[in-house]
Ligand binder design. Structure first.
Ligand code: SF4
Length: 79
């Protein structure tokens, strides 16, 4: 991981919180993580990182894996 990637992570609203919150068992259980992400100052950095690296698990930038796949499909259609 590069230094610039680390810098935004350290500003994340999730920094120091239980990581388990961000790896829910189901889409429905993702609400707590999404609420935290909604207030996060680096939400966009986080989401773009997860989209670029095709993260398969967890909530990143307020989006679950299913939602991130939807965003990728939508962007492909627009390209
Ligand atoms: S958007 Fe969510 S998962 Fe990403 S850094 Fe912020 S709080 Fe953490």
């Amino acid at each position: 991981m590069s230094r610039s990637e680390l810098s935004w992570r350290q500003q994340g609203a999730c920094n120091g919180l239980d990581p388990g919150v961000f790896f829910p068992d189901s889409e429905d259980a993702a609400e707590e993580a999404k609420c935290i992400c909604a207030e996060c100052p680096v939400r966009i950095n986080c989401l773009e990182y997860a989209l670029a690296t095709r993260e398969k698990d967890g909530v990143w930038g307020g989006a679950t894996d299913k939602e991130r796949r939807r965003i990728i499909r939508h962007r492909r259609r627009l390209a």
